[in-house]
Each structure stands twice: as C-alpha cells, then as structure tokens.
Design a protein around this ligand. Structure first.
Ligand code: DQA
Length: 144
C-alpha cells in the first residue's frame, strides 16, 4: 500500500474556531477523516500530522525521506511564507510534494504572497477550503 504523509503547520489545530470566515467551520479532525476516507478508496495509507513547531515539521519531512513515503501533502500555514528550513527539507524528497492552503494566500495580505513551498512542489491547491486536501490526494494518484 502506498504511504502518503500529510503535514499541517501552526494554528491549523485551531481550525473550526480560528477565523471561520476565512478557513471554514471544519476542524482538523474533520479534514483528517475526509482524507482517510479518500485514501481508503484509493488504497493509500495516510499519516496525518500537525505541529506548531517548525523543527518538528522538518523532522517529519526527513522521516518521509528516510521511510520512502511516496507522496507528501503540506499545508505549512504561516511557515509557508517564512521557512527556508522547510524548503530545504522538502528538497530532500524524491517523491511529489503537493502544497495546500484552505484560503488563497495570493489574494490576501502581501506578506502571504510569497511561498517557500511553491518552488519545490509539483502542484498546489489554494482557496478550495478542506476540499484542497482531497484534490491533493487525487493529484498524487495521477502523479504516482
Ligand atoms: C493557510 C494560509 C497561510 O497564509 C496562513 O498563515 C495559515 C493558513 C491556509 O491554509 O489558507 O495559517 O496556510
């Protein structure tokens, strides 16, 4: 069974209560369940994680490399716009990386317009809400 890692960055543990007008009413648990349902349809094993810590996200990306994961989906949240460390870690990976954002950062404040993930991602989905995660899993299916 193909193993896919889905990583979520800071403050995404607060989905549902965090700015629902921007990020929607679904919790991260709801999104995790949606991902597991889609993955079982496609016969993928999903490892779904969230951390508020940059170094933890870097370590999980390294784990995806060492354990030969076949795809990685990442919503790096605010670290998207700041983290050279996550950018460098993603460059380790030989497998496709898909960037996801619930909102569309490019249409928001200027400090969200640049992404350190974009140049190392095979594809990105922004502004589709929680469905972006499902689109990312389906995209991996096409790529793998
Ligand atoms: C986000 C967009 C980021 O700019 C922001 O910092 C987040 C969430 C999104 O999913 O829309 O925390 O990644």
């Amino acid at each position: 069974m193909k193993k896919i890692m889905i990583l979520n960055g800071p403050n995404l543990n607060m989905l549902g209560t965090r700015e629902p007008d921007i990020y929607g009413h679904q919790t991260l648990k709801d999104i995790e369940k949606m991902c597991h349902d889609k993955a079982s349809e496609l016969d993928y094993e999903i490892i779904f994680r969230q951390s508020n810590y940059e170094g933890q996200l870097v370590e999980w990306i390294q784990e995806a490399f060492k354990e030969n994961y076949e795809g990685l989906v990442i919503n790096a949240a605010a670290y998207t716009h700041t983290s050279v460390a996550i950018h460098d870690a993603l460059k380790l990976l030989g497998c496709p990386v898909i960037e996801v954002h619930l909102s569309d950062p490019k249409t928001r404040e200027e400090f969200r317009h640049f992404s350190y993930i974009e140049s190392v991602a095979a594809h990105g989905f922004s502004g589709h809400g929680a469905d972006g995660y499902i689109l990312a899993i389906k995209k991996l299916k096409d790529l793998l």
